[in-house]
Design a protein around this ligand. Structure first.
Ligand code: NAP
Length: 249
């Protein structure tokens, strides 16, 4: 079956860079109109909007802090008035504030939980009514293998990403009767600015510990999102799909 999202609209949070950007491009490539958010990278967001439009779909870049519930509602309202519907929501926006628990401040804990977990609540809540009315929806949450296996120095991040997996399963059960499918994608070690910040020595150690002996690309994560957004995944809900080269098996 040819994967086509023609006539569908996808909303991707945090798509100015990295994995979100690759997801927006992949879904647009399959024919979906794309609304996407960013927080600070104005130029990159506008460049992406142009790139998506050149693929022949409609694209809308919206500046919004994913932590804000009211901004999420505004983003969804603007997307609905521009495109008429939201069929696919990808909760991708996320941050790290890594440090050992002994040194972790309350602010570092709160910031990561708000950006990575509350943000998904904000956008899911904002799209649910219209998805329920149209009796169709796909919600895809970008978690992390750290939410499955934990990691020293990432207690806040691991908790947020494990929370996201629980959230995915709960909404999968709540929304299944309305034909809204919810799944999580758990990337492992992916080359983006998020991982670029880490020391070269740590990167080498990480790569050595991956069965496929390399980091992944944002495009490889985007391919998994495309699959879960497509008719090919019509009987999959409440799943957490690792895209990690075998790192967390
Ligand atoms: P990245 O390169 O740091 O990019 C993060 C993106 O999220 C940027 O577009 C950023 O927008 C946006 N963003 C951050 N906070 C936001 C907020 N409050 N509101 C709106 N947008 C916000 O990160 P990445 O590596 O692509 O990660 C994307 C997702 O994948 C995250 O959820 C991350 O936890 C997850 N993940 C990544 C890896 C990895 O190895 N890279 C592994 C597992 C999971 P601005 O540019 O405007 O700031």
């Amino acid at each position: 079956m040819q994967v086509s999202l023609s006539g569908k609209t996808a909303l991707v949070t945090g798509a100015s860079r990295g994995i979100g950007r690759a997801i927006a491009k992949r879904l647009a490539d399959a024919g979906a109109n794309i609304a996407f958010t960013y927080k600070a990278s104005e130029e990159k967001a506008h460049a992406l909007q142009q790139e998506l439009t050149s693929l022949g779909v409609k694209a809308l870049a919206l500046k919004a802090d994913a932590v804000s519930f009211s901004e999420a509602q505004t983003v969804v309202d603007k997307t609905l008035s521009a495109f008429g519907s939201v069929h696919i929501l990808v909760n991708n926006a996320g941050i790290t504030r890594d440090t050992l628990l002994m040194r972790m401040s309350e602010a570092q804990w709160d910031e990561v939980i708000a950006n990575n977990l509350k943000s998904a609540f904000n956008y899911t809540k904002a799209v649910t009514r219209s998805m329920m009315q149209q009796r169709e929806g796909r919600i895809i949450n970008i978690t992390s293998i750290i939410g499955l296996v934990g990691n020293a120095g990432q207690a806040n991040y691991a908790a947020s990403k494990a929370g996201l997996i629980g959230f995915t399963k709960a909404i999968a059960k709540e929304l299944a009767s309305r034909n809204i499918l919810a799944n999580a994608v758990a990337p492992g070690w992916i080359d983006t600015e998020m991982t670029d910040a880490l020391a070269d020595e740590l990167k080498k150690q990480m790569e050595a510990s991956i069965p496929l002996k390399r980091s992944g690309t944002a495009e490889e994560v985007a391919n998994a999102v495309l699959f879960l957004a497509s008719p090919l995944a019509s009987y999959i809900t409440g799943e957490c799909l690792r895209v990690d080269g075998g790192m967390a098996m």
